[in-house]
Design a protein around this ligand. Structure first.
Ligand SMILES: [Zn+2]
Length: 261
């Protein structure tokens, strides 16, 4: 399928190509994405094993970069965060961030207090190794904001689902806001309001592939070239061109993740 016929450069700030959804045909998917203008993708680890996989993918494919960290749904029961498990990956030239880390109160897999401890420990670790962070916040807006205000990390709140007021607080902290396929959904009223007011220099485009395909592909396996449809919708909301949106996101990604050459 040919999308993005002008071949504008697409950089996906958040995906999971280590997911088993891509096991059978990853090289074909990578080739198709490159043909459709994808120049970079940050694979976000969800646990220590996934971190190693993301690094392997970055070694194998030129467009892949990695973020390493432990996702709130993937915490190790009865254990604290162990920085030694991530240290081997930190100096890799394509490790751009600590992620994805944060809080998830939707899938009640781990108690809030445990999640908060892992989140804070990983924020401290990111500060120590001087890398930005990629934050997951699902139904945990208040606690996420409280912790971010205290730690003041450099980073992005991915797949933003909060209110306009929360977006403003995040911007005050100097952080970026990740916008994905959800903005194309019919029921995305709150997110549309956020995008309307979001300064272009703070917006990062993302997919969260294999999840959250934008319309008209909602419900299908997502891949990074579909960002084109998200960019189109953002452009429509802001009354600018798709090209302007893709370019702004690319510039912001390069500013935030400054190890990208
Ligand atoms: Zn994710």
């Amino acid at each position: 399928m040919q999308i993005n016929k002008d071949n504008l450069p697409i950089f996906d700030s958040h995906a999971h190509f280590d997911d088993k959804a891509f096991e059978g045909d990853l090289s074909a998917v990578v080739n198709e994405m490159k043909a459709n203008g994808v120049v970079g993708v940050i694979n976000n680890a969800v646990n220590y094993t996934s971190a190693k996989k993301c690094i392997d993918l970055a070694n194998r494919y030129d467009i892949f970069y990695s973020a390493v960290g432990v996702h709130p749904e993937d915490l190790y029961d009865g254990e604290d965060f162990n920085p030694q498990k991530l240290i081997p990956f930190i100096d890799h030239p394509k490790t751009l961030a600590i992620g994805e880390i944060g809080l998830d109160y939707h899938w009640d897999t781990h108690p809030a207090e445990v999640q908060k401890k892992w989140f804070k420990d990983q924020l401290d670790f990111a500060a120590q190794v001087n890398l930005p962070v990629i934050i997951h916040d699902r139904e945990a807006h208040n606690d996420t904001l409280e912790i971010l205000k205290k730690h003041k990390p450099n980073g992005v709140l991915h797949c933003f689902s909060g209110s306009n007021e929360m977006a403003k607080e995040i911007l005050k902290l100097g952080m970026y806001i990740g916008i994905g396929g959800v903005v194309t959904f019919k029921n995305a009223k709150k997110l549309v309001e956020v995008v309307k007011e979001l300064p272009l220099d703070r917006l990062l485009l993302e997919t969260d592939a294999p999840y959250l395909s934008p319309e008209p592909f909602r419900g299908k396996r997502c891949q990074s070239d579909l960002i084109y449809f998200t960019a189109e919708r953002v452009a429509e909301i802001k009354g600018i061109t798709t090209k302007q949106v893709l370019e702004a996101s690319l510039n912001n990604i390069k500013t935030l993740f400054n190890k990208i050459k």
